[in-house]
Write a protein that binds this ligand. Structure first.
Ligand SMILES: [Zn+2]
Length: 419
């Protein structure tokens, strides 16, 4: 009996020790740390399990086992947040958008998406806002669930589901029959039902197309009225969700801003006036510079040798006006139009079009976290997720260094090739 009691005591002590022994910590000692706001030489970062415990020039003593990892030549950044992705699309110079929507099976598209996710994660993009499945129903919701169960590894996702377009405005077009569309059509009062249904299907946010190329000459023209956009926004807002708008025309942007959306995507015709209006209404601007350049390159433009096309000159001017208006700029390249994993292409272009490198990094980390309402990431500070990227070099001195990824930590665990 006494022996039994002693055994019980020992085993209870064992349980106690296992439960209350502080978890192992890792002290990362890179050359410098970009904390989501600015660069700090000589900072260290302490990680325990999936969280950042502390960051700074001196780390307080914490009880427990601590491994020190020296990282000479490395800049440590928060995991990068891609603001505009389509994991269910791949570059249009491989397969046209029409053929992806109409000829690729859902199975093929989902398998491709799995590869796309890992490609982005391994390049340091630990969170993605995905803005529409483009004909792949709610596959994004299912993929997000699979990621949650660790069936595959990839960035955390915010998903839009099918997205909403005004009837007749979107595509695919030009067939003798009406083929399946790349987004869900809805108008007027039916918008309330469609928004609620998309939310019920698992959309984290609602994506709308405030304009599209449906003018008499194929030019972009507004689609939804301002009242319709207001209806969509009010319906989504009641469930705690935001609405984001594709808009390239000035009038489409204006209706979206006054209708109450939270971000505007593309905004090619944006000027000082409209960007000031966006700032006033606290609407963020996601310029998708990389998608614009990629589409021109697929049409034959050679960036290194050819003169800048009119479209690029205008986009550069518009981006400069966005900067001078002080509108919040959201990093998001529309990746999927160009290869997944090359998300950093947008960061390079933001620099090339006139944004300060430190502001570029801020946009892809704390800026996107704030704009997308993600309070648990985007900065290197106590209590936030240990989503971290080690970059060889210093991306503030040379933005291209952002491509030199040495390692990625997702939830405190090193990302390794999974398949
Ligand atoms: Zn897009």
């Amino acid at each position: 009996m006494a022996l039994c009691a002693a055994r019980l005591f020992l085993s209870l002590t064992g349980l106690f020790l296992i439960k209350f022994l502080p978890a192992q910590m890792t002290l990362l000692v890179p050359d410098r740390v970009f904390d989501g706001e600015r660069m700090h030489e000589g900072w260290k970062v302490l990680v325990r399990e999936d969280k950042i415990l502390e960051a700074g020039p001196v780390i307080d003593w914490h009880p427990g086992r601590m491994d020190t990892v020296n990282l000479p030549g490395i800049t440590l950044l928060p995991g990068l947040i891609e603001g505009h992705a389509h994991i269910l699309l791949h570059p249009y110079n491989e397969t046209s958008w029409n053929d992806q929507v109409l000829r690729e099976s859902l199975a093929e598209r989902v398998l491709r998406a799995s590869n796309h996710l890992f490609a982005s994660l391994s390049k340091g993009f630990t969170t993605l806002r995905d803005l529409g499945t483009e004909g792949a129903d709610y596959a994004d919701v299912g993929i997000k669930q699979a990621l949650g169960k660790q069936v595959i590894s990839g960035p955390d996702l915010l998903v839009a589901g099918r997205a909403i377009v005004a009837s007749g405005s979107y595509g695919p077009k030009g067939f003798v029959f009406k083929p399946p569309q790349g987004a869900e059509e809805a108008d007027a009062f039916d918008l309330v039902r469609v928004v609620r249904n998309q939310i019920g299907q698992g959309a984290d946010l609602i994506k709308i197309y405030a304009d599209y190329r449906w003018g008499p000459f194929g030019q972009a023209m507004p689609s939804f009225s301002q009242e319709e956009i207001r209806t969509i926004v009010e319906t989504a807002k009641s469930s705690g969700r935001v609405v984001v708008a594709h808009a390239t025309t000035k009038e489409g942007m204006r209706r979206a801003v006054l209708g109450g959306v939270s971000t505007i995507e593309h905004g090619d015709e944006g000027d000082l006036e409209i960007f000031r209006l966006m700032k006033e209404h606290r609407v963020s601007y996601c310029p998708t510079l990389a998608a614009g350049e990629a589409i021109l390159q697929y049409a034959g433009w050679k960036k290194d040798t050819d003169p800048l096309p009119d479209k690029i000159l205008k986009k550069r001017q518009s981006f400069r006006e966005a900067l001078s208006a002080g509108v919040h700029i959201l990093f998001g390249g529309d990746v999927g139009v160009f290869p997944h994993g090359d998300n950093a292409r947008e960061l390079i272009l933001m620099g090339e079009y006139g944004m300060d490198p430190e502001a570029v990094l801020r946009s892809a980390t704390s800026g996107n976290a704030d704009a997308l309402g993600l309070k648990n990431r985007g900065r290197i500070q106590h209590g936030l997720l240990a989503d971290l990227v080690g970059i060889r070099g210093n991306p503030i001195e040379n933005l291209q260094d952002i491509y030199h990824v040495d390692f990625v930590l997702k939830n405190g665990k090193r990302v390794v090739k999974s398949h």
